[in-house]
Design a protein around this ligand. Structure first.
Ligand SMILES: [Zn+2]
Ligand SMILES: [Zn+2]
Ligand SMILES: [Zn+2]
Length: 244
């Protein structure tokens, strides 16, 4: 956290150095998908040496999930075309305002605007044969989306899972879920609330994400139940996705 000298912000443990939340799903022979374009996108794709992005999925339009969108220009250039992007209609409305110059059709001197092919999410869909199941979540009062890809589900930024969404994550083996801190928050699960959701979904393993500096990596892991741990930047997981 900017300006903070607490033990987590000054920790020597690299897992305590957290950029904004995002995942990259590489499905060999199909597509490489990016979920959200954080303000740290450039640093993330450089550090992880991400070679391509075939499609982008957005969970919601908060700044910490979209403000790196401009940097996908480099992928446009390398891949020679627009990138298909998927979001709910409400998320698009906001992204179109924030990145007006990518959508207004005005030619800009020098060129450089991100080229995006927009798709509205209104149910399960496939990208290059990879099945994507959107999972409606509540982020405070704001409806947002988590995503399920076969055996793995990514549920960031949620404070409640609506009744009709539980069946969408049934049988998930690897779950990544929001847990901001210990103290109650209006728009994010606490660790206890995330653990309740994990108990109900019963994945084989669960990873907490979107933590604040209240949660140090090693100390928090030490008190989590078996099969649950904090995610960290650069964490790589294997998963089975539905692809045809
Ligand atoms: Zn701190
Ligand atoms: Zn958010
Ligand atoms: Zn967020």
């Amino acid at each position: 956290m900017i300006g903070c000298t607490c033990s987590v912000c000054t920790s020597e443990d690299p897992r305590d150095r957290r950029l904004r939340p995002s995942i990259y799903l590489d499905v060999p022979g199909h597509a490489a998908l990016l979920v959200d374009t954080t303000p740290d996108l450039r640093q993330q794709v450089l550090t992880q040496r991400v070679p391509r992005v075939d499609a982008i999925l957005f969970t919601h339009s908060h700044a910490d999930h979209v403000l790196g969108l401009d940097d996908v220009r480099r992928f446009n250039f390398m891949q020679g075309g627009p990138i298909p992007c998927y979001a709910s209609a409400a998320t698009w409305e906001s992204i179109r305002r924030t990145f007006y110059y990518a959508f207004d059709g005005v030619r800009r001197e020098g060129g450089g605007v991100p080229r995006l092919e927009t798709h509205d999410i209104d149910g399960p869909f496939t990208i290059a044969g990879v099945r994507v199941v959107p999972v409606p979540l509540l982020h405070g009062s704001m409806p947002i989306l988590g995503f399920r890809f076969g055996s793995v589900a990514y549920l960031t930024d949620c404070s409640a899972i609506p009744e009709e969404s539980w069946s969408l994550v049934e049988g998930v083996e690897t779950l990544v879920i929001d847990a901001l801190r210990t103290k109650k928050h209006a728009t994010h699960f606490t660790v206890a609330e995330a653990l309740d959701a994990i108990a109900r979904i019963a994945p084989r393993r669960a990873y907490l994400t979107h933590m604040s500096h209240d949660l140090g990596h090693a100390a928090t892991n030490a008190r989590l139940p078996a099969g649950v741990e904090l995610a960290y930047d650069g964490l790589v997981l294997d998963a089975r996705v539905d692809a045809s």
